[in-house]
Ligand binder design. Structure first.
Ligand code: SAM
Length: 273
């Protein structure tokens, strides 16, 4: 069977697996517990997004492939080329054999400075990686996507959103503060209008937007994303790792506290110039 449908990731391959659980970034805590889909709107929103970004026969660059679930979807769509870009060496080691199964590669680089040639991609995909950057960091990565895309090329992103667009500034600040404490990442989600303005100001026109609930730690979402066997593995790990369990409970309390104000949001945007 094809490499891309069979890969299993062992605990020792995971980023930050040897770190004290109290200091691990939230997504790697979840990965250590067995989660593989690490984006806020789940695989459903990913699939909706990819359906609006033709991949077959296109040169695709994926920023921050993580554990490779979207990589598999991209490769199964039959792209003309695939390049993953992640700043974490362990991620690169996970993605490289997957990419190689379709003559692709994965490079270790910051998505803000990929070193890839100008206008060498038709589609750039990036999920759950802009939210964790500062305003300047977000702009640098979006600008890099613009540089490596050919004019008219598509940039597909899936990130954490805030709703509604007129959410009170004090609530936004509280969400950012509580998220940072719970997930140990300076997460700065934006409203739909703010994401759109950011993309437009970096030379993109938004073609499509989709929203799903931010249900990363909900049972139903995990059944959809990880399957029954995956959920059972996660539950077993949660029960047997009290230190990781404490981290997950703290994350869940924050996600629950803000309810509908936190979303998974995706955009497909076109390079306009
Ligand atoms: C939350 S995980 C998301 C992984 C995957 N995209 C998913 O949705 O399941 C964040 C990923 O972004 C990568 N990352 C974060 N900032 C990055 C940057 N500036 N350049 C490249 N990779 C980055 C991390 O190494 C990690 O693999």
């Amino acid at each position: 069977m094809d490499e891309r449908n069979t890969t299993t990731i062992t605990e020792s391959q995971l980023p930050q697996a040897d770190r004290d659980p109290e200091h691990m970034q939230g997504h790697w805590v979840l990965a250590k517990l067995g989660k593989r889909v690490l984006r806020p709107g789940g695989e459903k929103l990913t699939k909706r997004m990819l359906a609006h970004a033709t991949l077959a026969g296109r040169r695709v660059v994926e920023f921050a492939p993580g554990l490779g679930r979207t990589t598999k979807l991209i490769l199964n769509a039959g792209p003309a080329g695939y390049t993953g870009v992640d700043r974490d060496e362990q991620v690169v080691n996970i993605i490289t054999p997957l990419a190689a199964s379709a003559n692709g590669t994965c490079i270790k680089a910051d998505a803000a400075h990929t070193g890839l040639p100008d206008e060498s991609a038709d589609v750039v995909v990036g999920e759950a990686m802009l939210t964790m950057q500062s305003e300047r960091g977000k702009r640098a990565i979006i600008g890099e996507a613009h540089r490596i895309l050919k004019p008219g090329g598509l940039y597909a992103i899936h990130e954490m959103g805030l709703a509604p667009d007129d959410l009170d500034a004090s609530v936004k600040d509280a969400i950012r503060r509580d998220l940072a404490q719970a997930i140990k990442v300076n997460a700065r989600p934006l409203t739909a209008a703010e994401w759109r303005t950011l993309l437009e100001s970096e030379g993109f026109e938004v073609l499509w937007t989709g929203v799903e609930p931010m249900a990363l730690l909900r049972v139903r979402r995990n059944l959809a994303d990880e399957g029954v066997a995956g959920v059972l593995r996660i539950v077993r790990n949660v029960l047997t790792h009290p230190d990781l369990r404490a981290r997950v409970m703290r994350m869940r309390r924050v996600f629950d506290a803000y309810g509908d104000a936190l979303t998974g949001i995706a955009f497909v945007a076109r390079r306009t110039d």
